[in-house]
Design a protein around this ligand. Structure first.
Ligand code: NCD
Length: 328
């Protein structure tokens, strides 16, 4: 296992499957009355968030606490960063405190890479989203959710997503979630199609390991999972589409469109959802939408990543694997 997790593209198939399998073990902890393991007792993890986050921040914190780590939360707002302190000085402050891992979210693509390779700190670095670049734990929790739903919880152990057809729809241009998912899904053997207005398709997409389509209705019936993306207004400096209504009409998922998907197919969303824009309330609240499940799975994935990066050589959970059909 590597020392840092910066990009989904750095993961081999075996690394990714090991993380997914370890997350399955971690998920069993969540089913216990006391949701805690001693694995990271005495280790310190800092959550360094320079950008807003709800799900990812809470999820990392829950994962760290379930592994008994000491947790320090650092939000750039309200810290010396707003006084102009650099990433280097912030990192050196953390190093002086003896942290073992840094979970970082930053508006600048490449900030986690810089932190991991600069020599400023000795800790393991986990990218929790950098600019429009990467969000590897999101891709892992998405793959975990797909494997459970499309292959099966126990049947999925040791398996990848070979042959599964995944459609990712929306603001691909500004989406680190889309980039990470394309990389990881390709590594796991899935076939990915991106659907977006031409203005929101990145330059150079022809070199990505996926297809591109402008016709959502045409691909829905051939999808095992459809992942909707939020339009990232905060990263936009121009008008990329005429109106919100026009965007929703062409690229939004409503009940009528969802009915074109195969019966087993799921609807995914990394959150936060903008209801009425990329997804209607009817779809968001339907049984086929895994948004809440993705959040729960995120804790198991982050536990697995922290455990593996911080040197978990022994099995994470000792248990006798249930053989009955009570597992689902
Ligand atoms: C995403 C992000 O921040 O990259 N959300 C998340 O981490 N769950 C996607 C988004 O903000 O739209």
């Amino acid at each position: 296992m590597m020392r840092h997790l910066i990009s989904a593209a750095d993961l081999s198939r075996d690394d990714a499957v090991l993380i997914l399998d370890t997350a399955e073990e971690m998920a069993r902890v969540a089913d216990r009355p006391i949701k805690k393991l001693p694995a990271l007792r005495g280790r310190t993890v800092v959550n360094l968030f320079f950008e807003d986050s709800t799900r990812t921040r809470i999820s990392f914190e829950a994962a760290e606490k379930r592994l008994s780590a000491d947790v320090i939360n650092f939000a750039a707002k309200g810290s010396s960063v707003s006084k102009g302190e650099s990433l280097k000085d912030t990192a050196q402050t953390l190093e002086a405190m003896g942290v073992d891992a840094v979970v970082i979210r930053h508006g600048a693509s490449g900030a986690p890479y810089r932190l991991a390779t600069s020599g400023w700190i000795d800790a393991a670095v986990i990218n929790a989203g950098d600019g429009t670049h990467q969000h590897p734990t999101q891709a892992l929790l998405d793959a975990f959710t797909m494997r459970r739903r499309l292959v099966g919880r126990d049947a999925g152990l040791g398996q990848d997503l070979a042959g599964k057809r995944i459609t990712i729809v929306g603001d691909v241009l500004h989406s680190r979630v889309a980039r990470s998912n394309v990389d990881l899904l390709h590594t796991l053997g899935a076939e990915v199609t991106l659907v977006a207005p031409p203005t929101l398709v990145p330059v150079g997409v022809e070199r990505w390991p996926c297809e591109v389509s402008y016709d959502l209705d045409g691909v829905l019936s051939k999808s095992d999972a459809v992942m909707m993306l939020r339009v990232q207004r905060e990263r936009m400096n121009a008008a990329f589409f005429p109106t919100e209504r026009e965007y929703s009409r062409r690229y939004g998922l409503d009940g009528e469109r969802m009915a074109k998907m195969p019966e087993h197919a799921i609807v995914m969303h990394p959150g936060p959802m903008v209801r009425g824009m990329e997804i209607t309330a009817e779809v968001a609240d339907s049984d086929r939408c895994t948004v809440v499940e993705q959040v729960a799975n995120g804790v198991s994935i982050r536990m697995a990543v922290l455990y593996l990066l911080l040197g978990g050589n022994e099995p994470a959970v000792t248990h006798t694997r249930p053989t009955g059909s009570e597992e689902k």
